[in-house]
Design a protein around this ligand. Structure first.
Ligand code: GLC
Length: 755
C-alpha cells in the first residue's frame, strides 16, 4: 500500500480509536497495533507533554525531590537515569502513571556494561572469549538483575571499534575488529532485549556511541575524529548496522566530532545513515549533555542553535542536559522547527515504551532479592566467562599449570587480593562482597599453609618499594611465584587515557626484584587494555592476561593455574611493542612498500655510515620494526593444536555461490582444551585497497587429548565485499586469499577467485 493511503488508514484508525477511548476506556493494547496506540496517544498530548518525553533527567539520589516529583507529574520528563533503588523507581513510575494527565510511564536507564550486581569480565575480556553465546548468557543475567530493581533501559552494548590502547574506553569495547565487535554486540543485545522487549526481564538496549568515538585522535578520550567515508563504512559502521538489524531499541550519540560536525548534531549519521539508509525505527538519545557541548566544540553559537541542530540531526532525547527543555518551545514558536519534528521524536520514544510493555506495568509488583540459588547460577556464568577470557601469552618450560609437587606458592602483588580493583571500570552496581580474589581462591584450593602472601606494593601506582625485600623473601622460600599486577580500575575507562602504557608505579621493579629469587615466576596481568610488557616478560616464565576478570576472576584464575582448565582466550586487540607503534592492528593495508620481517635491521645493528637506502625502503620503524608483540587472535594453550588438510569446495565462485572451507583440527598435546579457530580473507585487488587480512568467521571448539575433528565454514559473498564511500556494498571479481588458524598470522592458506 502506498504511504498516503497508509497515513489515511492510520488517521481513520486513530479517529476510530479516539471515539472508542472517548466512549469507554477500553484497553487499547488488546485491539490495536503499537503504531495505532502511539498515534492515538500522540494526538492527545500537549506540546509541553511532547517535549517532556524528549527529556531525560539524572536522578540525584537521596530523597525524591519535590522538584523532580512535580516535573514527573506534569509530564515534563520522559526518562530518568541513574536511579536503582526499587522503592524510588516504583514511586517515580507511580507518579508518572497515576498522577500525570496522560499516565505515560518512564524509561529508567542505567549503564549495565558488564553485569549489574554480579560482575562479568570487562568487555575487552568478554571479547577475548570469542564466545558470543556465553556473552549473551551473561547479558541476560545482567538484565535479570537490573530489571529486578525496576530498570528498563540499558546504555549498552558499546560497539565502538577500538584500535588505540591509550584510549581508556577500550576497556568497554570488544576490540579492534568489526566482525568480532559485531558478533559480541549482537550477542549482548540479544541477552539484554531477549526475544520480546515486553517480557519481564527484558530491557531496551542502546547501540553506542554512534559513531567512531573509538577513533579519537591520539587515543585521547573525547578528541577529534577525522575519517574517510570508506573507513566509516568498512570499519566503524558495521557493528552499529548489525545491532540495528538485530532490533536494538535505541542508539546513543558520541561525544566526539566526526569530520568537523559533533556527533550530537550530525545529520549525516542520524538522518542520512541511521534513519534514512538503515531505516532505524527506534530512538536516538544524546550522550551526557553532549548537545550542550556543541557550544564547546564551537559548532553552535548558543543553546538554541545547539537544540536546533540536534533536532534537525535526528537526536530524539537529551540525556542529562537542559538544552531541549529550555529551547524547544521557543524554536517551535519561532517556527525554526515544526511540531511535526517534535512528533517524529516523541513517536519513536513512545513506540519503545509500548514495545517494553510499560503501559501495563504492575506498580504493586514488589521487589524481591535475587535468591541465593539464582545468585550461585549467575556467579557460575561469570566464572565461566572469566575462564574463557584469559589469554596465555607465554609459558616457557611449562611453568603452567603449577606442578602438583609445589609445596609452597608465593602470591605477590597489589592485584592479588583486591575485591574492588579486580572488577574494572563501569561497575556502578557491582557487589564487591561477592568478589573471589586470586589469593582467596588459591588458599581455598591449595590450602592456606601452602600459600605465602605479600602485597609488595600498596596500589598499582605505588612507588614505595619498602616491602620489596619481604616479597623477595617469600619468593625465595616458595617453590614458585604468582605475581598479580596490572592497572587499578580508575586507570581505565572513560576520560582515563594514558600516554605511556607501561605498568604503573614500581610494578616493573617488583617483577625484577622477585625474579632475583631464581624461582619460576608466573605473571598475571589484570587490566583492560594492552600494556607495554615486552621487557617485563623477560623476567617471567609464564604470562597470563586476565583483563579485569569480574566477580569470579580469582576462582577462575586458581582453576587455570592448577590446571583444572586450560587457558583458551584469544586477543581481541593487537599488542604493540611500544606506544610509538600505535595505531597498530592486524587488518592494516599493505601499502606500496610493505614491511618485511626479513628486511628489518634493528637500529643498534645498523652499520655506521650505512648508505641511505641500504636499510630497504619499507614501511617500518628502524627501532621497533612494524610487527606487534602479539597479533590479534593470539593465545596459547596448555595443549598443542594442529591445523591440517585445508580444502576449498571450489577454486572459482560467482558472487551468488557459496564456498565450503574445511580443515582438520587436532589436539596433539596432553590436555583437553578449547581452541578458537579463526578464518581470515584478503581481497587481493580492490577498487579501493583492501586490508591484508579480515576476520570473517570463528568458532570455539573443545577437543579431548588426541581428538581430531573436521571443521567447515561456509563463505558467501556477504563476507567477500566492502563498502564504497557512499555505503554501497560491492563484491568485486578477482583473487582472494583465505587463511585458517589459531590467530591472525594464519596457519594454512589458499587462493580462490570470484568470477
Ligand atoms: C557517559 C558515557 C555513556 C554513558 C552515559 C550515561 O558519559 O559516555 O557511555 O552511557 O554517560 O552514564
Amino acid at each position: 500500500m502506498n504511504k498516503k493511503y497508509n497515513k489515511v488508514l492510520i488517521l481513520l484508525c486513530s479517529f476510530g480509536i479516539f471515539q472508542a477511548v472517548a466512549q469507554s476506556p477500553v484497553s487499547l493494547s488488546k485491539k490495536y497495533t503499537i503504531d495505532q496506540q502511539v498515534e492515538e496517544l500522540l494526538g492527545r498530548m500537549t506540546l509541553d507533554e511532547k517535549i517532556g518525553q524528549m527529556i531525560q533527567s539524572n536522578s540525584p539520589g537521596g530523597k525524591l525531590s519535590e522538584e523532580l516529583s512535580t516535573a514527573i507529574k506534569k509530564g515534563q520528563i520522559g526518562s530518568i537515569l541513574n536511579e536503582v533503588r526499587p522503592e524510588i523507581i516504583r514511586e517515580m513510575q507511580r507518579l508518572a502513571i497515576e498522577e500525570s494527565r496522560l499516565g505515560i510511564p518512564l524509561l529508567i536507564g542505567r549503564d549495565v556494561i558488564h553485569g549489574f550486581n554480579t560482575v562479568f569480565p570487562i568487555n575487552i575480556g568478554l571479547a577475548a572469549t570469542f564466545n558470543p553465546e556465553l556473552v549473551k548468557e551473561g547479558a541476560a543475567i545482567a538484565a535479570r538483575e537490573a530489571t529486578n530493581v525496576g530498570l528498563n533501559w540499558n546504555f549498552a552494548p558499546m560497539v565502538d571499534v577500538s584500535r588505540d590502547p591509550r584510549w581508556g574506553r577500550m576497556a568497554e569495547s570488544f576490540g579492534e575488529d568489526p566482525h568480532l565487535v559485531s558478533a559480541m554486540g549482537v550477542a549482548m543485545l540479544k541477552g539484554f532485549q531477549g526475544d520480546d522487549l515486553a517480557k519481564e526481564y527484558s530491557m531496551a538496549a542502546c547501540a553506542k556511541h554512534f559513531a567512531a568515538y573509538g577513533a579519537a585522535e591520539g587515543g585521547r578520550d573525547y578528541n577529534t575524529v577525522s575519517l574517510s567515508e570508506a573507513d566509516l563504512w568498512n570499519i566503524y559502521f558495521p557493528p552499529f548496522h548489525a545491532l540495528k538489524q538485530g532490533g536494538v531499541a535505541t542508539f546513543m550519540t558520541g561525544f566526539n566530532e566526526l569530520n568537523g560536525i559533533p556527533a550530537s548534531g550530525n545529520s549525516y549519521l542520524f538522518r542520512e545513515v541511521l534513519k534514512g539508509k538503515w531505516k532505524f525505527e527506534g530512538f536516538v538519545v544524546s550522550d551526557w549533555n553532549s548537545i550542550g557541548e556543541m557550544l564547546e566544540h564551537g559548532n553552535a553559537a548558543n543553546e538554541a542553535s545547539a537544540a536546533l541542530q540536534a533536532v534537525r540531526a535526528g537526536v530524539d532525547m537529551e540525556m542529562a542536559g537542559l538544552i531541549y527543555r529550555n529551547n524547544l518551545h521557543q524554536l517551535i514558536r519561532s517556527e525554526q522547527i515544526k511540531v511535526a519534528d517534535i512528533d517524529e521524536a516523541v513517536r519513536r520514544i513512545l513506540k519503545v515504551k509500548y514495545q517494553l510493555g510499560l503501559f501495563s506495568i504492575d506498580l504493586n509488583r514488589h521487589f524481591e532479592e535475587i535468591s541465593e540459588e539464582l545468585r550461585v547460577k549467575h556467579l557460575a556464568v561469570s566464572k565461566r566467562s572469566a575462564l574463557q577470557s584469559f589469554v596465555l601469552l607465554k609459558n616457557d618450560n611449562m611453568a603452567l599449570p603449577l606442578a602438583s609437587s609445589i609445596k609452597k606458592l608465593a602470591v605477590i602483588g597489589p592485584m592479588s587480593d583486591d575485591r574492588y580493583e579486580q572488577l574494572g571500570t563501569w561497575i556502578f552496581d557491582g557487589d564487591t562482597t561477592m568478589t573471589i580474589t586470586p589469593l582467596h581462591a588459591l588458599k581455598n584450593m591449595m590450602g592456606e599453609d601452602r600459600i605465602l602472601y605479600e602485597k609488595g606494593l600498596e596500589t598499582t601506582r605505588s612507588m614505595d618499594t619498602s616491602n620489596f625485600e619481604k616479597a623477595l623473601n617469600i619468593a625465595k622460600e616458595a617453590d614458585a611465584v604468582v605475581l598479580v599486577l596490572g592497572e587499578e580500575s580508575i586507570l581505565t575507562g572513560e576520560a582515563h587515557s594514558r600516554a605511556k602504557l607501561n605498568f604503573p608505579g614500581a610494578q616493573s621493579d617488583l617483577i625484577k626484584k622477585v625474579s632475583e629469587s631464581g624461582k619460576s615466576v608466573i605473571l598475571i596481568i589484570m587490566t583492560s587494555r594492552p600494556l607495554i610488557i615486552e621487557e617485563d616478560m623477560k623476567y617471567c616464565d609464564a604470562v597470563l592476561y586476565a583483563w579485569h576478570p569480574g566477580s569470579m576472576g580469582g576462582q577462575a584464575l586458581a582453576e587455570v593455574l592448577i590446571g583444572l582448565e586450560s587457558p583458551s582466550g584469544k586477543l581481541p586487540v593487537t599488542f604493540p611493542r611500544t606506544e610509538g607503534q600505535i595505531p597498530i592492528y592486524y587488518s592494516h593495508k599493505n601499502t606500496g612498500r610493505p614491511y618485511r620481517k626479513d628486511s628489518f635491521t634493528p637500529m643498534e645493528e645498523i652499520p655506521v655510515r650505512s648508505f641511505q637506502t641500504s636499510l630497504g625502503n619499507t614501511s617500518h620503524y628502524i627501532d621497533y620494526g612494524a610487527a606487534p608483540l602479539f597479533p590479534f587472535g593470539y593465545g596459547l594453550s596448555y595443549t598443542k593444536f594442529e591445523y591440517s588438510d585445508l580444502k576449498l569446495s571450489r577454486k572459482e565462485m560467482s558472487p551468488t555461490d557459496s564456498l565450503e572451507v574445511s580443515f582438520v583440527l587436532s589436539n596433539k598435546g596432553t590436555y583437553e582444551a578449547e581452541e578458537v579457530v579463526q578464518l581470515y580473507i584478503r581481497d587481493l585487488v580492490g577498487s579501493i585497497t583492501r586490508p591484508v587480512k579480515e576476520l570473517k568467521a570463528f568458532r570455539r571448539l573443545r577437543l579431548k587429548v588426541g581428538e581430531q575433528i573436521s571443521v567447515t565454514f561456509t563463505i558467501g559473498s556477504d563476507l567477500l565485499g566492502f563498502f564504497d564511500k557512499d555505503g554501497n556494498y560491492l563484491v568485486e571479481s578477482g583473487e582472494f586469499q583465505i587463511w585458517v588458524g589459531g590467530d591472525s598470522e594464519g596457519e594454512l592458506n589458499q587462493i580462490f577467485s570470484v568470477k
